[in-house]
Design a protein around this ligand. Structure first.
Ligand code: SF4
Length: 708
């Protein structure tokens, strides 16, 4: 049998056919009909069936009576009643903001919708955030500040139409391989297409570029400002577009006047040819009929991630290269459903249907849609703030779903202290052996890929209906159902009518409610249903009622009419704050550590780490360094080294790498506590974050390295 779903790894959102016999998943193949991948899969997606290892699955609820005691198997009734009692006690004694929920871009949209409604509609707090905070929140803030909405305007199809592709802070060759195949196809079909890659490392993506700008970490804004400086000097600015469709250009023009290529080359560490390379990059962009940018965590995971994004988006706006084939700024989503989660408002500063928490009319609208008195106005705690509050004893009960903060959040020592200090921790998870599991007082077994139905939205705003192939093992339940069951237990204990708010018998009812709630919004999907998605295949939003499936205009590419969803209908230029990294190298911590992905692993490896063949590429944790930096320390490739930052330390092997310049180092983000007997790269990273997006600077820390 074959069941249609999507790959649960990256934001490309490839369609898969799950092969199974009704009891076991026996294989996986790319879905030739899915518009994201047309049948292609990368190594991770093609081995999904091998990752479904029963011995790692959490099969029954487990509860411990007190800290220090082992957890015991309990029934779902006891598990949910206990959770409801503990959360109700905190809410009734300390108020709704004494509890918090930390969820995941791995969840399906329907799961996200009910989590958000539980916290904001039933409990009356905005303390719900997602690991999407670590992923795309800077891109979201940049889109909102410039274009007015959280809406990536491009499609993968644009790669085939662009004449100049600027890939910034992204390594799609590893992190989004099937999208990268489309870029390679575009280049093969039109070799004159220029590819520029901005990355401190000479990654596989950078190695294929016509021009690689190996900037120092944290210096991106200077580069994009200097490119704009050249575009202005050489007459490539589309003055008519700027005049008719934008605001704020004069201030940015004045700001970049002094950011010359020579100054930027110096700040960015681009060497003697750097100024010429910046001029070349700007000319390629300016002279191209169609130019587009593509970015990911290298820009987002920064203490100025939002302004990294706005500076890059300014290149599209200044040259009027947006809303046309092959044009526009395009953020890649790290996770499979970070987009869907934001569509339903499943974060501390968002509301359903891209509504604005700060807007009283929009809060009232959500309250009306849900049938509750009000939605609280105080923004909730974002990821780093939430765990800081737990560390300070302000969060009494914490619910974590489908994510592994004891591996993925920065400054692990402090993070783990926060988990240990919280009075009651619930972990809703498919696996019993993640790094976060030992901190859970209550473990709730969740269904995972292949076992649940719902929808996901990929990087190009495309919604896919994901089907269930198998019944979940043991007593595992779909995430949406766990949330609804908990809500119905909690409601009476805090004086709320949860049964009326959570009447769903199946995810289709949740999707229908979500779709109806988007009426008139930028992401209007009132024309979508499970039935339409099954009949017509995955669809991009917006998709309002009455739209013709065959007519993609207005969906595959936003802003073709030059109107933007801002208050004045114009796009806005932003004058950036010129800032470097949060932490500077010094004599004690002289190396700039950057983090990133491996080709064949995904996140904390709870799934890919179970597939032997995925270790053929890289088989153990290591720190990559320039050969000169190894020699300077009397080290050689293969030596065990002690890597220390101001926050923690790890022991791992060193390896000389030609991808890295002297003074820098690289550790893949995947390795965690179970693989390193430590907290992995995030023992070293810091929790400083961008003031707008609250996204932490996971990409950079300074470290020292010595022989272990
Ligand atoms: Fe596609 Fe990404 Fe999955 Fe690879 S990991 S198959 S590119 S969705």
């Amino acid at each position: 049998m074959k069941t249609k779903a999507t790959c649960p790894y990256c934001g490309v959102g490839c369609g898969v056919l799950i092969e199974h016999d009704g009891r076991r998943i026996t294989g996986v193949a790319g879905d030739p009909e899915h518009p994201a991948n047309f049948g292609r899969l990368c190594t991770k997606g093609a081995t999904l069936h091998l990752s479904a290892r029963p011995e790692t699955r959490l099969l029954h609820p487990q509860l411990r009576a007190a800290r220090g005691l082992p957890r015991q198997r309990v029934s779902w009734d006891i598990a949910l009643a206990t959770a409801a009692e503990r959360f109700a006690a905190a809410i009734n004694e300390h108020g709704p903001d004494s509890v918090a929920f930390y969820i995941s871009g791995q969840l399906l949209t329907e799961d996200y919708y009910v989590f958000n409604k539980l916290v904001k509609g039933l409990i009356g707090s905005n303390n719900i955030d997602s690991n999407s905070r670590l992923c795309m929140s800077s891109a979201v803030a940049a889109y909102k500040q410039t274009l007015g909405a959280d809406a990536p305007p491009c499609s993968y199809e644009d790669f085939a139409h662009t004449d100049c592709l600027l890939i910034a802070g992204a390594n799609p060759s590893y992190a989004h391989p099937v999208a990268f195949r489309r870029i390679e196809d575009a280049k093969a079909a039109r070799p004159q297409m220029k590819i520029i890659v901005v990355d401190p490392r000479r990654t596989d993506t950078a190695a294929t570029a016509d021009l690689h700008l190996a900037v120092l970490p944290g210096t991106d804004i200077w580069l994009y400002n200097a490119m704009l400086n050249v575009l202005l000097w050489e007459g490539h600015v589309d003055q008519a577009f700027v005049r008719e469709h934008t605001e704020g250009f004069a201030a940015l023009r004045d700001h970049v006047r002094d950011v010359t290529p020579a100054i930027a080359a110096e700040v960015c560490g681009l060497g003697k040819r750097g100024a010429d390379d910046i001029v070349t990059a700007a000319r390629w962009w300016g002279e191209a009929k169609a130019a587009m940018s593509l970015w990911c965590q290298g820009l987002n995971q920064s203490t100025h991630g939002t302004h990294n994004g706005t500076a890059l988006i300014a290149l599209s706006l200044a040259t009027g290269k947006i809303g046309k084939p092959g044009c526009g700024p395009f953020s890649l989503t790290g996770q499979p459903n970070a987009m869907g989660g934001r569509e339903v408002g499943g974060m501390a500063n968002l509301m359903s249907g891209h509504r604005d928490l700060a807007n009283p009319d929009e809060r009232a609208e959500v309250a009306r849609l849900w049938g509750v008195d009000s939605v609280p106005s105080t923004p909730g705690l974002t990821a780093i703030e939430l765990f800081d509050a737990a560390h300070d004893g302000k969060i009494k009960a914490l619910w974590i779903a489908c994510t592994n903060p004891a591996q993925s959040l920065p400054e692990q020592e402090r993070l783990r202290e926060a988990l240990a200090r919280c009075d009651f921790v619930v972990l809703q998870e498919a696996y019993h052996n993640t790094e976060t599991a030992p901190f859970a007082d209550l473990l709730l077994p969740a269904a995972t890929w292949g076992e649940k139905e719902g929808t996901v939205t990929n990087s190009e705003r495309r919604i896919t209906h994901v089907h269930r192939a198998l019944t979940p093992p043991g007593e595992a339940r779909p995430d949406w159902r766990i949330v609804c069951d908990f809500a119905r237990e909690l409601g009476p204990r805090i004086g709320k009518d949860a049964a009326r708010l959570f009447p769903y018998a199946a995810p289709s009812g949740i999707f229908a409610e979500h779709a109806a709630s988007t009426a008139g919004r930028d992401l209007d999907i009132t024309g979508l249903s499970y039935a339409l998605l099954d009949a017509a295949g995955p669809q991009q939003w917006p998709f309002p009622k009455g739209v013709n499936v065959a007519d993609a205009a207005g969906r595959d590419r936003l802003y073709a009419d030059g109107r933007f969803p801002t208050a004045d209908g114009r796009a806005h230029f932003v004058v950036p704050t010129q800032a470097l990294t949060a932490e500077r190298a010094d004599a004690r911590y002289p190396l700039h550590l950057t983090t990133g992905r491996l080709r064949d692993q995904w996140h904390g490896m709870s799934r890919t780490g179970k597939v032997a063949r995925l270790y053929n590429h890289v088989d153990e944790a290591r720190i990559e360094m320039h050969a000169d930096d190894l020699a300077l320390r009397g080290l050689k490739s293969g030596d065990l080294v002690h890597v220390k930052s101001r926050r923690g330390d790890v022991v791992l092997r060193a390896e000389a790498s030609a991808e890295i310049r002297s003074g820098q180092a690289f550790i893949a983000m995947h390795w965690g506590g179970n693989s390193l007997n430590s907290a992995g790269a995030n023992a070293l990273t810091l929790r400083d974050f961008d003031p707008y997006s609250k996204q932490p600077e996971l990409k950079h820390a300074t470290v020292q390295v010595e022989k272990a």
